[in-house]
Design a protein around this ligand. Structure first.
Ligand code: C5P
Length: 222
């Protein structure tokens, strides 16, 4: 039988984009496919974890044995995450949460009259930061998609959000990352770092979880 290093642990994962309505027929969102988060969910389950997967709108099948909660907006994702967090040991936030939502969602379809349209946006809650700053947070892992200064920006997020680990990827690398089946990650935690080479997201998920398990065990025994 395969090793079950996450037996008895509850892993909570966010994945995919969020979708923020502008009016009854339109929304803003992003190109996140959810593939990295779904791959992590599948592998965490294979390693014996109880897995909760809070997913934005994505076209992916639920990995067997995974408890999936579908949401649309950042606020719904926050609510779902906060209801599960107290029972979870490890939180891995892969979702590409929309940074802003419309300040007012129009009740009726916005008509195309004027040559210019101005919309006002309100900042969405930072789900990962909210969880990592709870009085007794789970082991928190963030993702950082960067197009420049990858290491500096990733380390800043690690500190600012009080994370246990951050997985950074350079979105300018051809054929990797957003919407792709492959990725490469640079992992940073307060005392160290590791590079995971370009590979299919399913394999990368195993390597990532192995480092998470190592650091989680280090944290809970020190
Ligand atoms: O600050 P930035 O958006 O780059 O941080 C990325 C990390 O924070 C990811 O792990 C993402 O899932 C999480 N995040 C979140 N809620 C937000 C914004 C980002 O959970 N509103």
């Amino acid at each position: 039988a395969p090793a079950q290093p996450l037996q008895g642990k509850h892993v909570l994962i966010t994945a995919g984009p969020t979708r923020e309505s502008l009016d009854p027929v339109r929304f803003i969102s992003n190109h996140s496919s959810g593939k990295m988060g779904f791959a992590i969910a599948q592998q965490a389950r294979a390693m014996g974890a109880q897995v909760s997967l809070v997913a934005g709108p994505v076209a992916l099948a639920t990995p067997p044995g995974v408890n999936r909660i579908n949401v649309e907006t950042a606020e719904q994702m926050l609510e779902a995450v906060m209801s599960i967090t107290p029972e979870c040991d490890i939180f891995i936030a892969t979702a590409a949460v929309a940074d802003y939502r419309a300040a007012d969602v129009a009740e009726n379809k916005i008509k195309k009259n004027a040559d210019e349209l101005t919309l006002t946006f309100t900042k969405n809650p930072d789900i990962l930061k909210a969880v990592a700053n709870l009085p007794s947070p789970p082991f928190c892992v963030g993702f950082a998609a960067e197009s420049q200064n990858v290491e500096a920006y990733a380390k800043r997020k690690l500190t600012e959000k009080k994370l246990d680990m951050i997985a950074a990827n350079d979105i300018t690398l051809a054929g990797l990352g957003f919407n792709s089946d492959a990725n490469a990650l640079q992992l940073f935690w307060p005392e160290g770092s590791r590079n995971l080479s370009p590979q299919p997201k399913t394999d990368l998920a195993i390597e990532l979880l192995n480092v998470v398990i190592e650091r989680y065990q280090h944290k809970t025994t020190h």
